[in-house]
Design a protein around this ligand. Structure first.
Ligand SMILES: Nc1ncnc2c1ncn2[C@@H]1O[C@H](COP(=O)(O)OP(=O)(O)OP(=O)(O)O)[C@@H](O)[C@H]1O
Length: 262
């Protein structure tokens, strides 16, 4: 059997606030295999972003284990994490004082081991890989459209060729046309680069277009996972609310399945 890229075993995420422990994940387990594009869906505050942060090693499990490519996520360190995991934040999170090219090059510069001309060349390759024109290299983030910001942030996330890419609401804030284009880019990069991708999204179109598997977080753990049709058939209040109604009808049309009735 192939080794999983991400293994989450019996994870508990607990935050202490106001003298009380808030349990976000309770005995949550999930395995993500090479080449999957796994989407995580769940209600607001269900702990999707905390799960991404656990995979990135930015949070430490209160109990349980999160490993990325066989190593404990929390002990990867910044450099180790950067070479294994690329992260596309919801709003791009570009440095506003840096040009597009300097943003893309930033993780390579941080290594302090590569010559400047090599860093420049690699950053230009990544800029073109995400469909940006070379004329965008010296633009500042404030001069970019929403779609260009996402592309530049994606190029930065992939600049160190990580095998694993995390996407937090990749199409949030984009108009429908730009969202479609960005989805097409993500799909082609997923396939061409052989990436393993973990995505958090509220957007049903993005979910259905890109996911090879969907995991639903509710009640502090993964309540069900599988194909869209399998997940939609699972009788849980969040799933019914999420997939029913107008959005759900469109989803079921696309899938040629009938959503569960309440
Ligand atoms: N550093 C922290 N300290 C205390 N509580 C936290 C911390 N980070 C997250 N939480 C809490 O954990 C819970 C889950 O947050 P998270 O951001 O993962 O939810 P989410 O599923 O991504 O929600 P949304 O869909 O609204 O973005 C929330 O109640 C949040 O307040």
């Amino acid at each position: 059997m192939t080794a999983a890229v991400v293994e989450i075993d019996h994870l508990w995420s607990v935050f202490r606030s106001g003298g009380m422990d808030a349990v976000v994940h309770q005995d949550l387990s999930l395995r993500i295999q090479p080449g999957e594009l796994l989407s995580i869906v769940g209600g607001s505050g269900s702990g999707k972003t905390v799960l991404l942060r656990q995979i990135l090693g930015l949070e430490t499990p209160a109990r349980g284990r999160v490993t990325v490519l066989g190593e404990a996520a929390a002990s990867m360190g910044r450099e180790g994490a950067a070479s294994r995991v690329g992260m596309l934040f919801q709003h791009g999170a570009l440095f506003s004082a840096f040009s597009v090219l300097d943003n893309i090059a930033f993780p390579l510069r941080e290594l302090q081991t590569l010559p400047a001309d090599l860093i420049h060349d690699v950053a230009m390759v990544k800029l073109r890989m995400v469909g940006l024109d070379t004329s965008a290299a010296h633009k500042m983030p404030a001069d970019l459209s929403g779609g260009m910001i996402k592309r530049a942030a994606l190029a930065r996330a992939l600049v160190m060729d990580p095998p694993l890419l995390l996407l937090d609401e990749p199409t949030a804030g984009l108009d429908p046309g730009s969202a479609d284009e960005f989805c097409a880019l993500l799909q082609s990069l997923h396939q061409e680069l052989g990436l393993t991708v973990v995505m958090v999204t509220h957007d049903l179109d993005t979910l259905l277009e890109l996911s090879t598997r969907i995991a639903v977080v509710a009640d502090k753990h993964i309540v069900t996972e599988g194909t869209a049709a399998q997940v939609m058939a699972y009788p849980h209040p969040f799933i019914q609310e999420y997939f029913l109604g107008e959005r759900g009808r469109r989803a079921s049309t696309l899938l040629h399945t009938t959503p569960p009735t309440s």
